[in-house]
Design a protein around this ligand. Structure first.
Ligand code: TRP
Length: 328
């Protein structure tokens, strides 16, 4: 089986965008690949260096969502990045061979600085974010990296840095390939991109009553002011959810009833809710059970780190020898 690495930042409770954009795909990949999945807390510090005390809780919240969604520690290696110190060491070594202009050219570098304009992101660590990501991947010699569209430039950079390493020190690493998880973009309850910072998220582990409330209040196509106004499903964030929850035949009917003003938005939302609850309520229940024992979640992650470390140590022995560092 080919090996996969992917990582997720500890943002806290995950929303449906995280689930359909990444997690659901990761769960499916477990049966056809050897999967290493890391909660990348060191990456979180590139922006949360001034609020680092929030990271630990966010890690546990993400881990609970991972397990409740079906990531299985029997099948995959699930761990916290900072528990495997080899990530930091390989990051350091890769930083020696990564030209700064390569990093300045990564589009997310300037984009993120603009997005978080109030925050000082002129740090060494933030510039090196994609170098740390490269280390994550090649530490396990992963050949395949499942990511969303936004991460493609990072994987491109990872390939370039890997090639450079192999040129200087010998062919140690496979060049990682992007596996695009192409899922429809989900807009949040206000019609903007679903994002925790906008407060427009529907969480994976939403309380059932709260789920009803959020969906019923959700914005719809603004052209449908009255029940008699025809709507455009493509312009409606509720229809985004139908795309991931509703079976194709029914979805066609939903779209038709919208375009012809054949029903009201609340009718449409009820059809959606009838499909969301059977998927989401069991995840919510599993998550609640897991969070009654955070120590068990941590134990799973510690076991994962032990497995990851065994691979990471071997890689680093090879790396040190290839560079010619003296043995300790
Ligand atoms: N940068 C990725 C994100 O924000 C997270 C990540 C860190 C990652 N290391 C990785 C993804 C390695 C894939 C492979 O989504």
């Amino acid at each position: 089986m080919k090996r996969i690495f992917s990582g997720m930042q500890p943002t806290g409770q995950l929303h449906l965008g995280n689930y359909f954009g990444a997690l659901k795909n990761w769960v499916q990949l477990q049966d056809s690949y050897e999967c290493f999945y890391g909660i990348v807390d060191l990456h979180a510090l590139t922006t949360a260096y001034d609020s680092s005390d929030t990271v630990a809780d966010a890690v546990i919240a993400v881990a609970a969502d991972w397990l409740s969604a079906g990531l299985d520690p029997e099948k995959s290696v699930l761990f916290i990045q900072s528990h495997v110190q080899e990530h930091a060491e390989l990051h350091l070594i890769l930083s020696m061979i990564t030209p700064i202009p390569w990093l300045e050219r990564v589009p997310t570098y300037k984009e993120k600085q603009q997005e978080l304009a109030g925050k000082d992101l002129s740090t060494y660590g933030f510039l090196g974010y994609p170098v740390l990501q490269t280390a994550d991947i090649i530490l396990y010699k992963a050949e395949v990296v499942p990511v969303g569209e936004d991460q493609v430039p990072h994987i491109e950079l990872a390939r370039e840095v890997t090639r450079r390493f192999n040129n200087y020190y010998g062919n140690i690493f496979p060049e990682p390939q992007t596996l695009l998880s192409s899922s429809p973009k989900l807009r949040g309850t206000d019609g903007r991109k679903m994002s925790k910072s906008y407060g427009n998220s529907i969480f994976m582990a939403e309380d059932p009553a709260e789920l009803d409330r959020k969906v019923r209040k959700m914005m719809t196509d603004p052209r449908r002011k009255r029940r008699s106004d025809p709507g455009g499903p493509e312009d409606c964030p509720v229809f985004d959810l139908h795309k991931v929850f509703t079976e194709p035949e029914k979805r066609e009917e939903v779209a038709h009833l919208c375009r012809t003003a054949g029903w009201g938005c609340l009718d449409c939302k009820q059809v959606l809710l009838d499909r969301m609850h059977p998927v989401m309520d069991p995840m919510k229940r599993r998550r609640d059970e897991l969070l009654m024992h955070p120590d068990r979640i941590l134990a799973v992650l510690h076991q994962g780190a032990d497995r990851a470390r065994r691979v990471a140590r071997q890689t680093m022995e090879q790396v040190r020898a290839a560079i010619g560092l003296l043995k300790a």
